[in-house]
Design a protein around this ligand. Structure first.
Ligand code: SAM
Length: 213
């Protein structure tokens, strides 16, 4: 995601620890303390500007949500959205997904959303794709048994790669759509990228996969 550098972003993040969790490692295994309830926790890895996760939190108040984003210049836009929405069941985490195990432990998370993840089309960058096997291990290590990944993209190459990666890993394919917006799937909440690419006529791919542990 190309976003202009914002030198003030770091300060703004630090000024809002109630929305972008400060010192997240202290909540490993006890995220219910942050939300002050025992609701399930669904995370979006690579949340970008936060439209999807904010709308999901508004629509589903009995689920806790967390948007994870590595770039400070992007997460501050999600922060503005969260401040305006002021929903109690949503937080943001400013970390890299490859460090998830520092902040979460087994059973902390019930579902992972991956929306329009960067495709990294060159094979030498395969390990950076958020559906690469090492990431599937990171998600498994922090999720409940039988946890699910819900994945959307406009990128056919990444979708096909991801289906292969899920399958090789032993994940169960629960749902697949090769044209989400023309399917009978109900309750779809659009991400920023989804609005942009479907508006340009791109087809949206979606799948749900489940760990079989
Ligand atoms: N999910 C949003 C959407 O659909 O509109 C944003 C999609 S954007 C193409 C991908 C986002 O994932 C970027 O904001 C990027 O910074 C973030 N991202 C990529 N790799 C990441 C990682 N390892 N950890 C956390 N965020 C990551």
């Amino acid at each position: 995601m190309r976003v202009r550098n914002k030198p003030w972003a770091k300060d703004k993040i630090e000024q809002h620890p109630q929305y972008i969790v400060a010192n997240p490692e202290q909540y490993k295994g006890k995220w219910h303390e942050v939300f002050e309830n025992d609701q399930p926790l669904h995370i979006e890895v690579g949340t970008g500007k936060g439209q999807f996760i904010t709308e999901m939190a508004k629509a589903n108040p009995t689920i806790n949500y967390m948007g994870i984003e590595v770039y400070d210049s992007v997460i501050v836009i999600a922060l503005d959205r969260l401040i305006e929405a002021d929903v109690p069941n949503l937080r943001l985490l400013h970390v890299n997904a490859s460090d998830l195990e520092k902040y979460f432990t087994k059973n902390d998370v019930d579902r992972v959303y991956l929306n329009f993840s960067d495709p990294w089309p060159k094979s030498r960058h395969e390990k950076r794709r958020l559906t690469y096997k090492d990431f599937l291990t990171f998600y498994e290590d922090i999720m409940v048994d039988g946890g699910e990944i819900h994945f959307k993209t406009d990128n056919q190459g990444l979708f096909e790669y991801s289906l292969m990666s899920f399958s090789k890993y032993g994940l169960l394919l629960k749902y697949v759509s090769l044209d989400l917006h023309k399917s009978d799937f109900e309750g779809n909440i659009m991400t920023e990228y989804e609005e942009k690419f479907s508006g340009m006529g791109s087809r949206i791919y979606r799948c749900e996969v489940k760990y079989q542990n």
